[in-house]
Ligand binder design. Structure first.
Ligand SMILES: [Zn+2]
Length: 217
């Protein structure tokens, strides 16, 4: 059910937004990225069509994960010198207020939950791979530090980014818990902290709308 209806500022197509925390939308007809601004949309940056690698996920897809209904609202793609990865924005029906992200990287999946609290004054420059960092209540062992480019998005997203902008990442593990974490430094001081909700594989997701394999019946 739509919470807001817009028209794409580039091509005029009707755009229905369903995710009430959305800050931007990518037009499915012309691939224009737009930010919510006042009562309307403002076109931002170049039109970018993400190349399709045949993911099992897509914007608008529904299904269940661990018997909980989910819906995919958006996708964002990041690129680094050796490749790219996607993050899918998911809403779970039992926790509609929470923001979940499914990271898909060469067939590996991690389901992240956005933390409602942020670490205090996290500093990308001083984060050091192989050392520990205190992030609020968490002690994080830093396993990776990266600067990536935002290739573009699809659907609705809860932040405001423009294709081509830079994003910085500090990934790590919560000490004593083995939980993967990711601290995202997006443009314009948009900061988000995510921690791994559950280790997932593709087979944990069920897509009921897909036809059953007739040979397993
Ligand atoms: Zn459009």
């Amino acid at each position: 059910m739509a919470f807001k209806n817009f028209n794409c500022p580039a091509c005029g197509a009707p755009l229905e937004l369903e995710y009430r925390f959305s800050q931007m939308v990518v037009c499915p007809y012309c691939d224009q990225t737009s930010h919510l601004a006042g009562e309307g949309l403002e076109a931002q940056g170049e039109k970018v069509k993400l190349s399709d690698y045949g993911s099992s996920f897509s914007v608008g897809a529904t299904g269940t994960v661990f018997d909980i209904g989910f819906k995919v609202f958006g996708r964002i793609r990041f690129e680094y010198p050796d490749g790219f990865w996607d993050e899918w924005l998911l809403r779970l029906e039992n926790e509609p207020e929470k923001e979940y992200w499914l990271q898909e990287d060469e067939g590996d999946y991690i389901l992240f939950e956005k933390s409602e609290t942020l670490p205090e004054n996290p500093d990308f420059a001083s984060a050091k791979v192989g050392s520990a960092m205190r992030f609020g209540e968490f002690q994080i062992f830093i396993s990776e530090k990266n600067t990536a480019k935002i290739v573009g998005g699809e659907g609705e997203l809860p932040h405001r980014v423009i294709p081509g902008e830079q994003a910085d990442f500090v990934d790590g593990i919560i000490y004593g818990k083995g939980v993967p974490t990711s601290l995202e430094f997006l443009p314009n001081n948009q900061l988000a902290f995510y921690y791994g909700k559950k280790a997932v594989t593709l087979s944990d997701f069920k897509f009921p709308e897909k036809p059953e394999n007739p040979y397993t019946a």
